[in-house]
Design a protein around this ligand. Structure first.
Ligand SMILES: Cc1cc2nc3c(=O)[nH]c(=O)nc-3n(C[C@H](O)[C@H](O)[C@H](O)COP(=O)(O)OP(=O)(O)OC[C@H]3O[C@@H](n4cnc5c(N)ncnc54)[C@H](O)[C@@H]3O)c2cc1C
Length: 466
């Protein structure tokens, strides 16, 4: 039977990053991935000869190369990946769009500050104090008790519209809980989106995954694709072995799982009593990807990189009540990064909205296809209301289209209910009731591309290298 120092479940960002770290330190490490493609929630695929990214809008946490303690530069150092190889292009500028109000922001925080001062002059002092609160918070400490971010923000900001405008991007890009979030998570998201910023490799997520896999291989890590872990067999309080989908068994001293906390405990051979109340997440999304012949600047959409929109008086970030919640969402235009001379070959517009897993799951195959077609136009219209007037005729000009729903996420990542941001309760120290089984990635609590890599590194350091 094969024996490893560390077995990692999942070749997403956190699993590969953990693997690189462990391989660098001479551990015999193997990553087991059920899918044929690496990348997990942020993978890539081809359809009708065209390359698509599964989810990439932007890499958050963008800072300039010299900023030593910033997460992006820290992980690249720890993974021994060069900044130049990432080939990142910065966003042109993004926007939070609410009825009658816009707040623009970019990779220069001064823009958001000036926008808040102009649109909410009575709130700018409170906003600056909130930024001080964010900077004073120790986001490296795993054991900080839960504190409602809404209550902290409300202690600084009186206008509920500004409060909601601040929360909207932070929730869409990383909240597994409805309407409120832990202040610790708020701090991580606020820094990664507003104080740092957005960038994108011109080649998309492939570039990041290729670099990670190359590094992992060079460091001596082993990767087994199309090889799911079916069961985590326990002996008392320890993992004794892993049973793979094929029936093969392997042994490992330590198991790091990026499959999600409830998903991981669900693989255990005995029922595991968890001291952490950790239910399956309720929040999932749908995303449409529309391809156009020309760059969006040709139809008047050349300025916004990402637009977070909300059409209601108050922004509600909750599980959708119908198949899709059209009242808020995110529009991402991958063309609108500063690529210099070399733009993207086609125009791309991605629109994300909250969606209901149960509804999509209940459809027959035909109903599912019909509903995708039905919602496609509605989602487009909801998003278009927040964009500049355009000469575009969607049904005439859109030359290719794809769409994922909560069931797509579940089918390809085995994330229950397609809950992209995982369980509502996070396990910040990565521990489980099993002494040599730990979680990394989404359910450890660091989200997004940079966050999940940070999580993989931190969990490898804490549980397998100390
Ligand atoms: C549509 C979409 C858009 C996104 N956009 C962005 C963005 O623009 N910017 C950003 O920073 N983040 C974005 N994210 C979030 C980001 O992709 C995730 O937070 C991050 O990739 C999570 O990585 P992870 O390693 O924690 O988990 P995952 O990516 O979920 O990796 C877990 C892996 O485990 C595998 N697995 C599960 N069960 C088993 C098993 N039993 N055996 C073997 N393997 C198993 C899965 O197949 C998967 O590959 C987006 C996510 C989605 C879905």
């Amino acid at each position: 039977m094969e024996k490893y120092d560390v077995a990692i479940i999942g070749a997403g960002m956190s699993g590969i990053a953990a693997g690189i770290r462990l391989a660098h330190f001479g551990k015999r490490v193997c990553v087991f991935e059920r899918h044929y493609a690496p990348g997990g929630l942020n993978s890539f695929y081809a359809k009708d000869g065209r390359k698509y990214d599964v989810g990439l809008h932007a890499m958050t946490n963008f800072v300039k190369p010299g900023v030593k303690r910033a997460p992006l530069n820290r992980i690249l150092r720890q993974l021994r990946i060069s900044r130049e190889d990432l080939n990142l292009s910065e966003q042109l500028g993004s926007r939070i769009a609410f009825p009658g109000r816009d707040l623009r922001f970019s990779n220069d925080f001064a823009l958001l500050e000036s926008e808040v001062a102009a649109a909410f002059p009575g709130e700018i002092d409170g906003f600056r104090k909130l930024v001080e609160d964010v900077n004073a918070f120790d986001d490296t400490e795993f054991n900080t008790p839960y504190q409602s971010a809404r209550s902290v923000v409300q202690s600084r900001i009186g206008d509920p519209v500004l409060e909601d405008m601040i929360f909207c991007p932070l929730m869409y890009y990383g909240s597994s809980t409805e309407d409120d979030m832990d202040f610790g998570q708020f701090v991580v998201m606020f820094k990664s989106i507003f104080l740092e910023g957005f960038a994108r490799p011109r080649e998309g997520i492939r570039n990041i995954i290729k670099l990670l896999l190359k590094r992992y291989k060079e460091a001596g890590g082993i990767r087994r694709m199309n090889t799911g872990v079916a069961e985590i067999r326990l002996s008392g309080n320890r993992v004794e072995r892993l049973v793979l989908d094929s029936g093969e068994e392997v042994e490992a001293d330590i198991v790091l799982s990026s499959a999600g906390y409830p998903e991981t405990l669900g693989m255990c051979s005995d029922t595991v009593e968890s001291s952490t109340e950790c239910s399956v997440g309720r929040l999932s999304f749908t995303e449409t990807i529309s391809i156009f012949e020309n760059d969006p600047s040709s139809f008047g959409w050349g300025e916004d990189t990402i637009v977070f929109f909300n059409s209601r008086d108050r922004f509600a970030y909750r599980a959708a009540e119908g198949a899709v919640d059209l009242t808020s969402g995110v529009i991402c235009i991958p063309n609108n990064f500063d690529y210099g001379e070399e733009g993207l070959p086609e125009g791309v517009v991605r629109v994300t909205c909250l969606a209901d897993y149960d509804q999509w799951k209940s459809y027959s195959e035909d109903e599912y296809a019909a509903n995708k077609e039905r919602w496609r136009g509605r989602i487009w219209d909801a998003a278009r209301a927040f964009m500049p007037d355009t000469t575009l005729d969607y049904s005439r000009d859109c030359k290719a289209f794809d769409m994922f729903t909560p069931t797509t996420v579940e089918r390809y990542t085995w994330k229950r209910r397609g809950a992209i941001y995982g369980a509502p309760t996070k396990t910040k120290d990565g521990s489980t009731p099993i002494s040599n089984l730990f979680v990394c990635g989404t359910d450890q609590g660091f989200l997004g591309i940079v966050g999940s890599m940070l999580s993989g590194i931190a969990m490898a350091n804490t549980h397998a290298l100390r």
